[in-house]
Design a protein. Structure first.
Ligand SMILES: [Mg+2]
Length: 137
């Protein structure tokens, strides 16, 4: 079954540019995504890059996200031929994160659950009490 990804329903996010393209995907858990990345690496990638190389690649991909953000939401203008596909760049970041998780034995589903618990415990009032966040858009 084909359907559009969740972000089409997010008001203010992606309107006008994400809607230009069809991002077709099914539902996929983080675990399934990790398994698909692993299968892809084994089929097409020969082996994982070293952790240090993937750390460099992650930095590169985060930089590509920053380039899109700077041009789309920041003050920098686009160059002719710029490909400003934020969704694709974020997916590149996720891909490398999953590579690093796979090669270091990390279950990102479990890690994200623990992270939610940590943030909720630590920050449950922090942002609500932050006056800087109120009445600013
Ligand atoms: Mg990229």
């Amino acid at each position: 079954m084909e359907r559009r990804c969740f972000f089409r329903n997010l008001n203010g996010m992606g309107k006008g540019f994400l809607a230009e393209k069809h991002y077709l995907c099914g539902t996929m858990t983080i675990q399934e995504a990790q398994e698909r990345v692993d299968a892809w690496i084994k089929q097409y990638g020969v082996r994982y890059f070293s952790e240090l190389t993937n750390m460099a690649v992650l930095t590169e991909e985060v930089g590509e996200v920053a380039r899109v953000i700077a041009r789309r939401y920041g003050d920098q203008s686009s160059k002719p031929g710029d490909d400003l596909d934020l969704a694709d760049e974020l997916a590149d970041v996720m891909w490398v994160v999953m590579c690093l998780a796979n090669q270091t034995g990390i279950d990102l589903d479990a890690a994200l659950e623990r992270n939610f618990a940590k943030k909720t415990s630590r920050d449950s009032h922090r942002h609500l009490d932050n006056k800087k966040l109120i009445n600013q858009s």
